[in-house]
Design a protein around this ligand. Sequence first.
Ligand code: NAD
Ligand code: ZN
Length: 236
Amino acid sequence: MHDIRNIFILTGAGISAESGVATFRGPDGRWEGHRVEDVATPEAFRRDPALVQTFYDARRAKLREIEPNAAHRALARLNAQWPGELLIVTQNVDDLHERGGARRVLHMHGELRSAWCLACDGRTRWEEELSSGPACPGCGAAGEMRPDIVWFGEMPYRMDEIDAALMKADLFVSIGTSGAVYPAAGYVQTARYLGARTLEINLEPSQGSLFFEESRIGRAGELVPEWVEEMLAGLR
Ligand code: NAD
Ligand code: ZN
């Protein structure tokens, strides 16, 4: 593994599953009982803002009850000890990577603990509910803050930084993501085309499984710590 310096790690809902967070598409194709179109699109928010705010209020409140698991902690260990560059790009809107100790995390789909004011365009760290229409701490407007979440049809955040990191990556690792949501689902092909090694760790082969050189199938809580130990052992 002496030829690997820069590592790009993409994570999805599966890495948080063992912490008790529901993944996106359950067996019934729903997310916590809702159709994705009803809670995670700008159209849904225009049509029924109260439903969408209440849905995300519940997800945000749940953060108080959940803890990072062995996979989050292992990635933080690698983050702290890896001599090259390491970037974690997550599709998750929870804060479990940070609470697990990771240093460089980029939330491409936004964060539950952030509110975005549509009146002043400001963003505020937010722990409470938004459905009650609180005033924006920045401009004072009431009822103008929405979850700072990238919904379907909206542009993911930090794309320039992500592209730059993909270009430099020697190893691309995808963990707990179904490979169904673009642009993240396409990163493996970009990374591989640019010469990176590729590994996926997932409970089942993802939709892009054939693009990976190596697939490890199983629970992130077991397989990620194993992989991290291998990487760190290779340094010694
Ligand atoms: P997804 O639900 O589409 O796929 C999750 C994948 O993880 C599946 O392939 C599943 O087989 C796998 N998985 C389930 N349990 C696992 C485990 N214990 N170990 C390893 N793999 C496991 O999730 P996605 O690909 O991240 O979908 C993208 C969208 O879902 C994003 O837009 C994201 O914002 C949103 N989302 C985020 C959260 C969160 O923040 N925790 C939760 C639900 C949905
Ligand atoms: Zn404001």
